[in-house]
Design a protein around this ligand. Structure first.
Ligand code: AMP
Length: 423
């Protein structure tokens, strides 16, 4: 037997019904806010992620699926989708349209991480990006849309952790403050964190080492939001306006001055939503503003903001009501021909019911009616129609309710409506 690759998984029915409902809800809600879908390739040039996500991040440093293809190109299975969207924006000169672009995507991402609950090597993200506008209202509306979506899935009590990581104007001073903080604490740092401190001190805030996490959480650790008012009043004003708009829009948020997120392209707004019930991997989504990314990729300076939801984790903690409705929602009718001679007529009946919007599963190759009913039950049909010569001649069908174990004869005329009333 050849097993699936470590860290990947098959999504099987009926669970795929839940995934489809989640994705349908995302498409529906995002469209209400003026978003359109973008689909970018799963394969990108390795250079794209080195330049956008950043060389010193864990993702680029040790989690990417890189390989050289037969033509000698260095390629990577995308570990995230914002870089691909920004690349496409530049490649297709979308800026020239002179309008904001509101884009969403749904798709697989790949990271070579240690698999555990909620963490896979192939996982799926649902994300949205706004390219163009840089105002606080754009950030606020993106979060309003996000909570609208989460609300429609039935989530209550979630709240977003919010921070500002400043801009180029504040970065050097903040990095200096972190370096000087650790200069007296360097012994606490392991090899990985020493490398982070040397290459990109902000990344020390992503450290998974408990001793380092304690230091970062301590009172003396420098906080970007404290530097903003003096070093970058515009970024500070943006952050304040965003908070005011979130309050006005009733989006629940908590400030977290230590949130930096593990990707280098963020500027100003960053946010994350965590949820109970997921164990160690409790972040269901993250996002932020990336005002330099498009320019860094060779495009015209275009501010952007987006989020990525970890769909695997989202589905894992979906409210039971949504899950149940997704699985049981589409009630089906099985049509079972009694004899081989009844197959043609059964197919015709099935087709005419489908035209009337009824979900019909034609059960052929059953070893007699009893077996046909068993199969219908196992596939989850709610009703079963048995069709034999007698029924054909009389223009009726025998309908069995598989849960209630009742049976009735119904005329073929107006059958769809009669079935719908019983589903
Ligand atoms: P990131 O792109 O790292 O900001 O991640 C955004 C979201 O994707 C996270 O909040 C997780 O929900 C999800 N995610 C990231 N990595 C994984 C993974 N290895 N397996 C499953 N979900 C993931």
């Amino acid at each position: 037997m050849i097993a699936s690759v470590k860290g990947t998984r098959d999504l099987l029915p009926p669970e795929t019904r839940v995934w489809n409902r989640v994705e349908a809800a995302a498409r529906e809600v995002f469209a209400l806010y003026g978003f359109d879908e973008i689909r970018t390739p799963a394969l990108e040039a390795t250079e794209l992620f080195v330049r956008s996500v950043g060389e010193s991040t864990d993702i680029v440093h040790k989690e990417m699926y890189n390989f050289t293809d037969r033509g000698g190109r260095s390629l990577t299975l995308r570990p995230e989708n914002t870089a691909g969207v920004a690349r496409a924006y530049v490649e297709h000169a979308l800026a020239q349209a002179g309008r904001p672009w509101k884009l969403y995507y749904i798709g697989q991402q790949f990271r070579y991480e240690r698999p555990q609950k909620g963490r896979y090597r192939e996982f799926r993200q649902i994300g949205a990006e706004v390219l163009g506008p840089a105002d606080a209202a754009t950030d606020a509306e993106l979060l309003v849309m996000l909570f609208d979506f989460l609300g429609r899935l039935g989530f209550t009590g979630l709240s977003v952790s919010l921070n500002s990581v400043g801009t180029e104007a504040t970065r050097p001073a903040y990095v200096e403050a972190i370096r000087s903080f650790f200069s007296s604490n360097e012994k606490t740092l392991g090899d990985d964190d020493r490398r982070r401190l040397a290459e990109n001190p902000l990344r020390v805030l992503d450290s998974k080492d408990p001793a380092v996490q304690d230091l970062v959480a301590s009172e003396n650790f420098p906080r970007m939001v404290d530097l903003l008012p003096t070093l970058d009043p515009a970024a500070d004003a943006h952050h304040r306006e965003l908070k005011a708009l979130l309050v006005a829009s009733k989006v629940p948020f908590k400030e977290n001055p230590l949130l930096v997120r593990g990707l280098d392209y963020y500027t100003r707004t960053v946010f994350e939503v965590t949820a109970a019930g997921l164990g160690a991997q409790d972040a269901i989504l993250g996002g932020g503003r990336y005002d330099k990314l498009v320019a860094d990729l060779g495009g015209p300076r275009t501010p952007g903001i987006g989020f990525a939801i970890g769909e695997d984790r989202l589905v894992d903690i979906l409210p039971e009501k949504f899950r149940k409705e997704a699985i049981e929602g589409a009630r089906r009718v099985a049509v079972i021909p009694l004899e081989r001679a009844d197959v043609g007529e059964s197919m015709t009946l099935a087709e005419s019911l489908r035209k009337d919007g009824i979900l019909v599963d034609l059960v052929t190759a059953a070893k007699g009616p009893g077996h046909g009913l068993k199969v219908a039950k196992k596939t989850g049909a709610a009703l079963a129609i048995l069709l034999g010569q007698e029924e054909r001649e009389k223009g009726i069908v025998n309908v069995k309710d598989l849960a209630r174990r009742t049976q009735e004869s119904l005329p073929r005329l107006g059958l769809a409506a009669a079935l719908r009333a019983r589903l």
